[in-house]
Structures are given as structure tokens and as C-alpha cells.
Design a protein around this ligand. Sequence first.
Ligand code: NAD
Ligand code: SER
Length: 323
Amino acid sequence: MGTEKILIIGSCGQLGTELVESLRGIYGDANVVASDLKKADNPVFEGGPFEELDILDKKRFSEVLSKHKPTHIYHLAALLSATAEKNPEFAWKLNMDGLFHVLDAAKEDKSISRVYWPSSIAAFGPNTPRFDTPQYGPMDPTTVYGITKYTGELYIQYYYNRYGVDTRSLRYPGLIGYKSLPGGGTTDYAVAIYHDALREGKHTCFLGEGTTLPMLYMPDALKATLEVMHAPADQIKMRMSYNLAGMSFSPEEIAASIQQHLPEFKIEYAPDYRQQIANSWPAVIDDSLAREHWGWKPEFNLEDMTTDMLLNIKQMYFQGGNN
Ligand code: NAD
Ligand code: SER
């Protein structure tokens, strides 16, 4: 790679922890600055620069920018769907003001040549077609998280058109990985279920049977993120956020895939407030624009992911690996 210097905001969360590792592998440890409210206790963050940064604190953000002079910013800090419903006012503030601070910095300083900000399937709503959900169609999110994602999508497009900020974005499905834990979403059960399967032999699911949602295994999420950020600008013809798909499954289908490895595993259902959120989201996403524009193709299906998750989590718990 050339002279890129990367800043990741909100780097200690589920996605950031893995993205820091991947980006340091590409650009070198010293060229990838991780930042978050506090440094997480994870060896990943010892390998290169780390800054304590609250993205709502503009003065501190400006100090970090002056010190490191990033060319690319990955802005990940947000409250996710379930946590955001507990404090909708703050969720709006964090998710929107944080984004504006990043977009305004890139608008004012042209050496910040690229901004990545993820959207979500939460940007869709009950009137969106649930199957083969198209890139364009009805968008009526019902959660404050989804409202911030949809609004954010319109703003990143606006900053691209009006100020020439090179914004790139993906509508992630639920992300599933073993190296980090999720931070308060409606799809989090699909990570917890693997840990519970290995430790307890059973899982009580906060979503009910038949709740099919789009999901993506972390290696594919990282691949898509890097592909969309590395694609030549003329291939990025969608400046809101690309639909992105990996797999779709219901709680009973992921349970069945675990039972292929652990036949005694049991699942029970105790749906809570997150059921209503899940009911407003699509089940199967059409990501043909991402495939067409920059060659997106996921590698993992449910069976491959389950095999890999169980193998790695088992190693962490029973053979002394790190969590
Ligand atoms: P996460 O909750 O695991 O991590 C978010 C990180 O942001 C945390 O480490 C938190 O400490 C940090 N943060 C919170 N407030 C901050 C502030 N004021 N300043 C700086 N950092 C702050 O979330 P994640 O799962 O890693 O998600 C990252 C991004 O991807 C978010 O924008 C999220 O909406 C999006 N996304 C995630 C998923 C998913 O399934 N994980 C799906 C769709 C979209
Ligand atoms: N996984 C995320 C959530 O459930 C989707 O954006 O909030």
C-alpha cells in the first residue's frame, strides 16, 4: 500500500477489534491508529498506536487528527439497535453528531481522502419487502438506531455530492465472529448461541422460532469492508450504502447446524422486546449491486461458519486461547 494512514473510531467493539488486526496486516502497525473511549484489554491494541477518543468531543478529535494526520477514517462508534432503544435521545446524539464530526473533518481537510461508515439492515422497516430486499425501495425504520442509519446514509451521500467527501458504506447484516463479543444488537443471539452451546449445552434465545434474519460471518464482513474501501472511486456508484448479504437463518436453523457437531445441544425460546425489532427487518437481502459494482461474493454459508465458530471458541475455552 502507499502512504495511507488509518484512524479507526470505536475500534474496541465487535467489528473494530477485528478490523484493527486486518488493517494493521495491510498497512503496518504504526500506520493504523486505533481509538475508543477506553483501550480494551486485548493484545490486539498493544501492537500499534491507540488514542482515547470520545468522538463527541470535537476538541479532542481535532487533537487526534493533528497528531496522526489520517488519510482514511473508519468511523464505527455507535449505539446498536437494542441498546439504542434504552436511551433513544443519546443514541441519536452519538450516532448523528459523531458522524457529522467525521464528515465535517473530511470536508475541511482534503488530506482525509476516504471515510468509511457502516449502515445496517436496521435502515429498512416493516414496509420494505422482507425477501430479496432491494437496494432501493420503501425505507421506514422503526427503531432510533435504524432512523440514525437511514439518515446517516442520506448525509454521507450529501457530503459526497455537495463537498466531494469520498464516503463509502455497507448495510451490514448481523455480524458473527469469535474474536470479539457483540455490543447490544438484535442479532447478538447468533454469537451467544455458540458460546452457550460449548459451555452450557443449551441456549435460551431472545428471538422466537421462525425469525429469519440476514447474517454475515466476520471474515466476510472484513473482506467486504476492505473491498469497498479499496475499490477505485469510479466503481463506487452507490454513495448511500450498499446492500450486503452473506446468509439468512432462523434460530432453529442455526441450532440445527450446531446439533450437527453437538447432538445434545438444546435451544429454548423466550422472545423479549428485541422480537419486535427483528420483525421489522428483512429476512433475505438482494446484494446484486455490490456484486455488480465491485465484485462482492461471500465465502461462508451457515455450515462453514458453524464449523469455524465451534472450532475456535472450543480452543479459547478448553485449550487456553485468548478471548
Ligand atoms: P460495538 O457496540 O461492538 O462497538 C462500538 C464501539 O464504539 C465500542 O467499542 C464503544 O466503546 C465505542 N464507542 C461508543 N461511544 C463512543 C464515543 N462517543 N466515541 C468513541 N467510541 C465510542 O459495535 P460494532 O458491532 O463493532 O459496530 C460497529 C459499527 O458497525 C456500528 O456503526 C454499527 O452500527 C455497525 N453495524 C454493526 C453490526 C453488527 O452486527 N455488529 C451490524 C450492522 C452495522
Ligand atoms: N447487528 C445489528 C443490531 O442488531 C444490526 O445493525 O443492532
